[in-house]
Design a protein around this ligand. Structure first.
Ligand code: CA
Length: 233
């Protein structure tokens, strides 16, 4: 597996209205990595910062005073110049995570507050590593399956599917390498940053869920031997 070179200084926009939480996040990023930080305390300020400088990633609080974090995420995905920016949603309650996962607004990952500083940095790196490993992926629209890479949305015969970030990443990886064999080792490294062995059970679960959501289109993901998969148009 090749090494991934992340940019030396990663620009992160932190959108958070609670000063104490903002300090915690800021401290975690300053201590654990090479990050250049920008801040926004509400949705309006977030877009003002975005217009000044486009970050490499956005940490987005779900509950903001002037609007919902979900709305911010939706607005980002509607704008051509922002829609590729990876978003990690930070939420106060774990129950909300399930809900927003179901709603699928195009976030790359979700974390529940208070989050461990090391975990936060690891998630940021993982999201950036996946983006880099997948390369510039284009949208897909063939025979009933439609994928918007930046919006992170999938439609089957015109119906939008609710997918978790990892299910989406898995599908996007297979589709972007369509026609080619994608090994379990590659998938493990790119999606989970783990070996095929370490990621085996998680991969199986995600693949099973992805296939059930795709319904009759699932047959386009073919199992090849014991170690790989191939997506065909
Ligand atoms: Ca908040």
């Amino acid at each position: 597996m090749e090494e991934f070179d992340l940019p030396k200084m990663t620009k992160v926009l932190i959108v958070e209205d609670e000063p104490a939480q903002m300090e915690l996040t800021k401290k975690a990023l300053v201590e654990h990595g090479a990050f250049q930080l920008a801040f926004g305390q509400n949705g309006q300020e977030a877009f003002r910062r975005l217009n000044e400088e486009v970050p490499d990633l956005i940490l987005l609080d779900l509950g903001l005073p002037d609007c919902d974090g979900l709305d911010v995420c939706r607005r980002l995905k509607e704008e051509e110049r922002f829609r590729w920016i990876p978003v990690i949603m930070l939420t106060g309650r774990s129950t909300v995570v399930d809900k927003i996962t179901g709603l699928e607004v195009g976030a790359d990952d979700y974390l529940t507050k208070p989050c461990d500083p090391g975990e936060l940095v690891a998630r940021i790196r993982a999201v950036l590593r996946r983006k880099q490993a997948l390369g510039p992926v284009t949208d897909y629209d063939k025979a009933g399956l439609k994928i918007s890479a930046d919006r992170r949305q999938v439609w089957v015969n015109g119906t939008a599917l609710a997918m978790t970030p990892k299910e989406f990443d898995l599908l996007l990886m297979l589709v972007s390498k369509r026609g080619a064999l994608v090994t379990r080792e590659e998938i493990g490294q790119v999606i989970w940053g783990k070996s095929a062995e370490e990621s085996a059970r998680t991969l199986d679960t995600h693949l099973w869920r992805l296939r059930s959501k795709l319904g009759e289109l699932a047959e386009r993901i073919e199992t090849v031997g014991k170690n790989g998969y191939r997506f065909s148009d």
